[in-house]
Design a binder for this molecule. Structure first.
Ligand SMILES: Nc1ncnc2c1ncn2[C@@H]1O[C@H](COP(=O)(O)OP(=O)(O)OP(=O)(O)O)[C@@H](O)[C@H]1O
Length: 643
């Protein structure tokens, strides 16, 4: 949310009605006051066209969305085309620069298109598995900087939601919001003598969502059909759409948000350093959420926190610990922990206040067990256990190139361990060890070694990603993004902050605490793996045991397991055949269009003839491009054979 902060106090509260006011005259005066303040409100700047949703038709909106989408995909297509770079040539740096510019253009366009697109863009900023880094980076900056809506509209929504004139419900209601975002805005108020905040939803939001999402669904279906990578793995566009729209509709149900806040509060009721504002259900409806006023200083305002005398290091630790508890203990987590949603007050040496429970993630029990297993695997430096945990959580699909996946896992575990070890030693401040560690390899040697390892891993990752063995359910991308955000928050509070330093011992203590549960978990795992994946894992682990071979044979017979042999020559040849096929089809279509155009032109149908000739030229152009591609592939193949 932009535009204000909870800690700004209640300086300009407009007194709308006294509880004991002699009804009408007082109310009239207050209403006059309200309309005056509405006229004065600084939040009247007109937004994009979507903010006047009532005044323009569904067709206009649809037109706008498709116009934008077509422009974007055309630009994206051009980025990957050699000819569009002219004489300068297509280099990696230029492609990346063009992608960066396009990503910035996309971000601005999404803001103009309004709330649905802003929110979807924000959700996509977590999809490192779908988008290239340039887009992720740009979408991460997608802020809700849209103008607030009028206080008249806010009052009307409150009255409609609570079924009473606002003056009968609240003793005070501040017309200027303390914060405003794309979905709603927050007003200060007073009810039953208590100071509260009222979150009011932007008018016509559901109607805008309905129209926008219908269009976006069609777009997702088209992408699913044409995107060569949409094979049900990482880029399942329809599934991504379903997830986005589910989250969006959830976010505009303020009653659900209230329930989430209640659940979160109950989870942390015994943690004195966490505060979750109470929901006042009597004054809450689907588009109106009334909560206890809980002001605080935003967690990224380090100078103010310092002035409050709060230990910043401890605060950073608490933020991570709270998040780990959400994930691993309760399986119910805040999916949007950006600095605007976490504040601090001085109570209890720095209490964390959480806002905004519109986007929450849940982790089912078995996945949580899988996560613990993963932590355990990392803790025990056991790559097979990590792989098994990833399979059990459905993140890793069995059947891909497991050798590559395993090697990648081993590398990550090694470098993780190396880092932890280094930190431990540095923390111990043992100059002797530090010197040994640093002197083990010279700087250059280290560089070369790292480069070699990275090259190998790069190859493995390429193979792994060609097989697309990873599936990232939305929950995981939220977890990953949350860790990134928390890392940023932590580093802001304490420059020496390292998330793994806190996470590792915490996970360890959790594992030790849950030992009995863990023993059972391990038994379950082993049982399941004995019949499913253990044999496959062991195949890559070293000498096979007889029973594993038997299980593998049985799985082969059952068709559960496929053996894959990669023949790079054959793959290359296939690519060339496909390019040849494309060239032939384009030539055929160009010829056909040419003939049709000639027929039209002799029948004096000028415009139809022109259209056909244009079509013929386009297909002709594609034939040429494909012809060049085939030549290029042939050349490369000849070089390889020569080598
Ligand atoms: N109970 C509260 N007490 C004090 N301030 C609050 C309270 N709830 C919300 N706020 C203030 O209002 C701001 C916006 O609230 P919230 O995040 O719930 O709205 P939102 O519409 O979901 O915004 P966004 O989508 O940007 O997170 C918070 O950052 C905080 O400053």
């Amino acid at each position: 949310m932009q535009g204000g902060c909870a800690d700004s106090g209640v300086g300009h509260v407009h007194r709308l009605a006294e509880q004991d006011a002699a009804a009408t005259s007082g109310r009239e005066a207050a209403e006059e006051d309200l309309s005056k303040s509405t006229a004065r409100s600084p939040y009247q700047a007109p937004g994009g066209r979507w903010s006047n949703f009532r005044t323009y038709s569904v067709w206009q909106r649809t037109f706008m969305i498709w116009g934008f989408a077509i422009k974007f995909f055309f630009k994206l297509w051009l980025v990957g085309r050699k000819f569009s770079y002219g004489k300068a040539g297509m280099t990696e740096a230029r492609v990346s620069e063009r992608r960066r510019n396009l990503a910035a253009w996309l971000r601005e366009g999404l803001i103009k298109l309004g709330p649905t697109f802003i929110k979807i863009g924000q959700q996509f900023s977590t999809r490192v598995d779908v988008l290239s880094p340039e887009f992720v980076k740009e979408l991460e900056m997608l802020q809700d900087n849209v103008p607030a809506f009028s206080s008249e509209a806010a009052v009307a929504t409150v009255e409609r939601g609570l079924g009473k004139p606002i003056l009968e419900v609240f003793q005070e209601f501040q017309l200027e919001p303390i914060a405003a975002a794309s979905l709603g805005q927050v007003h200060l108020a007073r009810v039953d003598g208590e100071r509260v905040v009222v979150k009011v939803q932007r008018p016509y939001l559901k109607e805008i969502f309905d129209v926008d999402l219908k269009n976006i669904r069609v777009l997702a279906q088209i992408l699913q059909a044409v995107d060569p990578k949409s094979d049900g793995a990482a880029r399942d566009w329809v599934a991504i759409y379903d997830e986005c729209s589910r989250i969006l509709y959830q976010e505009i149900d303020y009653e659900l948000e209230g329930k989430n806040a209640d659940r979160f509060r109950v989870n942390f009721q015994n943690t004195p350093w966490i505060k979750v504002p109470k929901v006042l259900w009597k004054y809450t409806a689907q588009q109106v959420l009334t909560m206890e006023y809980a002001p605080g200083v935003k967690i990224n305002r380090t100078a103010e926190i310092e002035r409050m005398g709060v230990d910043r290091k401890e605060l950073a630790r608490r933020t991570v610990e709270c998040y780990l508890q959400q994930l691993l203990t309760y399986g119910f987590f805040h999916a949007d922990p950006h600095p605007g949603n976490i504040a601090v007050d001085a109570e209890g040496g720095g209490r964390l206040i959480y806002y905004d429970f519109g986007m929450m993630g849940t982790i089912p029990g078995d996945v949580r067990a899988g996560l613990l297993e993963l932590f355990y695997g990392v803790y025990q430096k056991d790559p097979d256990r990590c792989i098994e945990a990833l399979i059990s959580m459905g993140v890793l699909v069995p059947g891909g190139d497991r050798v590559a996946v395993r090697r990648t896992a081993v590398f990550f575990l090694k470098s993780f361990e190396e880092r932890l070890q280094q930190q431990k030693e540095e923390a111990k401040n043992n100059p002797e060890y530090g010197a040994t560690f640093k002197n083990q390899l010279s700087k250059d040697e280290k560089k070369v070694r790292r480069k070699q390892i990275l090259a190998n891993i790069g190859e493995d990752l390429l193979v792994a990603s060609a097989d697309k063995p990873f599936r990232f359910p939305a929950t995981f991308t939220f977890v990953v993004r949350s860790f990134t955000v928390l890392d940023g928050i932590g580093k802001g509070l304490d420059p020496r902050f390292d998330i793994s330093e806190i996470a590792a011992p915490y996970a360890r203590s959790l594992i030790l605490e849950a030992k009995p549960q863990f023993a059972k978990l391990q038994q379950d795992f082993n049982k399941r793996l004995a019949t499913q994946n253990r044999a496959v894992v062991n195949l890559f682990r070293g000498p096979n045991m007889i029973e594993d071979v038997a299980v593998t044979m049985r799985r082969l017979e059952d068709g559960d397991l496929k053996l894959r042999v990669r023949a790079l020559d054959a793959e290359r040849a296939l690519t060339r055949v496909l390019a040849n096929q494309n060239m032939m089809s384009s030539m055929l279509l160009a010829g056909t269009m040419m003939n049709i155009g000639t027929l039209f032109s002799v029948s004096a149908m000028a415009s139809a003839a022109t259209a056909s000739f244009v079509g013929a030229s386009v297909f002709g152009f594609f034939s040429l491009v494909n012809f060049l591609k085939v030549k290029n592939l042939e050349k490369k193949e000849a070089q390889l054979l020569g080598a």
